[in-house]
Design a binder for this molecule. Structure first.
Ligand SMILES: Cc1cc2nc3c(=O)[nH]c(=O)nc-3n(C[C@H](O)[C@H](O)[C@H](O)COP(=O)(O)OP(=O)(O)OC[C@H]3O[C@@H](n4cnc5c(N)ncnc54)[C@H](O)[C@@H]3O)c2cc1C
Length: 383
């Protein structure tokens, strides 16, 4: 793959980590992408190799089994893996999010039981927030956990949960005090083989088709006291606190898709000839390629800037929202341009830009839709 511009101020080890992720993406991820997209298969063996390469839990401390790197390293790795195939980056993003929650709020017992095996790819996780009536607005959350003796009983249903068809455990957001609004929500770690847990059917999606998405139902699921992650009533706050990193990750994932579209468009424009010359000689095509490169560069600067802010110990709510929103909007618009540059061949299954176009769309929807990102930006600006 061609090189990408790097902003100043990057440490040598960041570049080494990016290059290692790029090699992994080129050698192990990209060759599987067409097959994974067609088969919608969960590539367990690939995730074991990713974990062995230290790419599960990139910003999780080494003593807990992570790579002990930072958010910038996470963003660099996400871009490269996504350039190989977005579903693989999506899995790394999910592990990073759960890994961060368990690092920040898990007891030692929870870290031994869930975090360490997760980072070794021995156990698979899901992060279950969304419900039929609680999408962008989690105030509609109906899943309920009631105290029973020392423990809890969980009832409710979640939908469109990444990894639900294959996960061993899920972090589930539930109401513990219906009167307390956002302060009445808590997160529980639920083993998905527990009595009363059922998995709804796996969904078939437009893009990122190797990412397994489905529903989870909880009917009178008995949980021990030790299933509560962090403090009772702090679930919404805990979830929000990892969203900056989550959005930086999705921004980087969208950027990887955009960069792949740019790589292919440049190559195609140089070799495809019409009217006796390469189509890259035509200004209409040149401008699409120039806009693609401009957006990829801007998205990279925004993603890296937000990552730097988190690494400096601050929050980056505005910057992470901007980066996620910009990178994903650009990925959707510019992958459509990449299909255009490829003409009819861009519409044919097996030609990479066709898949990139489909893989890009969900980045405008998950981790908070781009309408919600704009709401967050406006609120931050007018606070
Ligand atoms: C492939 C995939 C993977 C997913 N993975 C997970 C997962 O792992 N865990 C999980 O919990 N969830 C997951 N989700 C769910 C995802 O987070 C939600 O789909 C998303 O938050 C949007 O919620 P919704 O679909 O209910 O849309 P809605 O909230 O119903 O929104 C519909 C439309 O209305 C707009 N809208 C809503 N409110 C406003 C407003 N106030 N102002 C302006 N516009 C508004 C939205 O932007 C959108 O365009 C996944 C979804 C998909 C499709």
């Amino acid at each position: 793959m061609p090189d990408t511009p790097m902003p100043a101020g990057m440490a040598d080890w960041h570049i080494a980590m990016r290059d290692a992720a790029r090699r992994f993406a080129e050698e192990e991820v990209a060759p599987l992408a067409v097959e994974l997209d067609e088969s919608e298969r969960y590539p367990a063996e690939l995730y074991q190799r990713l974990a062995a390469a230290g790419l599960f839990g990139i910003s999780v401390p080494e003593e807990l089994g992570g790579a002990g790197a930072d958010v910038l390293a996470y963003a660099l790795v996400m871009e490269e893996l996504s350039r190989g195939y977005a579903s693989v980056a999506d899995q790394v993003g999910l592990v990073e999010l759960l890994g961060t929650l368990l690092t920040q709020h898990g007891t030692q017992e929870q870290q031994d039981r869930y975090l360490r095996p997760l980072l070794r790819a021995e156990r698979r996780c899901a992060y279950a927030l969304t419900e039929a009536e609680a999408g962008s607005d989690l105030a509609g959350l109906k899943t309920r956990a009631r105290r029973k003796g020392e423990g809890w009983v969980l009832d409710g249903a979640k939908l469109w949960i990444h990894n639900a068809p294959v996960a061993d455990f899920a972090a589930v957001l539930a109401r513990t005090d219906p009167e307390a609004g956002h302060r009445g929500m808590s997160i529980f770690l639920v083993d998905l083989d527990a009595p009363g847990v059922t998995r709804d059917r796996k969904e078939h999606k437009m893009g990122q088709r190797a990412s397994q998405v489905g529903g989870l139902r909880f009917d009178n699921v008995e949980l021990p006291a030790a299933a509560l992650l962090g403090q009772e009533g702090r679930g919404f706050h805990m979830m929000m606190s990892v969203l900056d990193k989550g959005r930086i990750g999705i921004g980087a994932l969208a950027l990887g898709i955009l960069q792949a579209a740019l790589d292919d468009s440049v190559e195609y424009a140089k070799q495809r000839r019409q009217f006796g010359q390469p189509i890259g000689d035509f200004q209409a095509v040149q401008w699409m390629i120039a806009d693609m490169a401009k957006d990829a560069h801007a998205a990279r600067l925004m993603v890296h800037h937000a990552a730097h802010m988190l690494d400096a110990g601050g929050r980056a709510t505005l910057e992470a929202s901007m980066a996620k929103c910009f990178a994903s909007d650009a990925a959707v618009q510019r992958t459509a341009d990449a299909v255009q540059i490829h003409g009819g061949s861009g519409y044919i299954r097996g030609v990479r830009v066709e898949r990139l176009f489909r893989d890009a769309k969900i980045t405008q929807i998950y981790e908070g839709t781009n309408q919600i990102q704009r709401m967050i930006m406006a609120r931050n600006l007018m606070a």
